[in-house]
Design a protein around this ligand. Sequence first.
Ligand code: PEP
Length: 251
Amino acid sequence: MIAPLVIGNWKMNMLVSEACDLALSLANNSFEGVDVVIAPPFTSIYPVSQIIKESRLGLAGQNFYSGSKGAYTGEISIEMLKDVGCSHVLIGHSERRQLFNECNENINRKVQLATQMGITAVVCVGETQRQREEGNTLDVIKDQLSKALVGLSGQSLAFVVIAYEPIWAIGTGINASPAQVVETHKFIRKFLFESQEFSENIEPRILYGGSVNAQNCKQLLCEEEIDGALVGGASLNFESFYAIIKSCVGA
Ligand code: PEP
């Protein structure tokens, strides 16, 4: 059985000193049986990497640009993320899709680049409230997934994690119910096995994200279909994030 994976997405929060304090608190505590990854903002990635390098914590970038190097003012490459110790990167988060017009083609390019580099691509998918109400959730997920993963080889797929994040649940305090998540995760798993080149020994992890806290996390992680959580707001504070991590132990 694979350990649950919990990723803390710190988004555009915390100055370097605050990010380092939180990373140090996490690194000084044990989380046996759970894989934990933190995604600080760019300015804090390197100092945080130095703090956590002897710990079991993994490090993720929140984004990168799909060029390799050159005249792309203001951008960061996947190689730069690898250079500062990132093992994971978030791709296609709904905030990037909605606020920065990130399209499926660009998301696919990023998934290709990250996985070729041996960095785990955490591919985020999810429906809006309206899409759910109109009964289109699974079609939306299928469309996002098929476009994000097109052209990936079996080898690259070993470096893919899917995060199902219904947009209506992100930052709202309203999490999807275990039944809603299980239904969508089952669909994602079936889709991956039927249409992609997952070999039998590649077990894709499928995480849930959207207003996760320690209470709902325990409930959600009891479900076999849910392999972990992508956590936003509740990952910004040691007590709430550590409670979430602890709630996954033995799940
Ligand atoms: C997210 O933005 O990925 C997220 C899940 O946020 P929150 O936990 O705050 O809903």
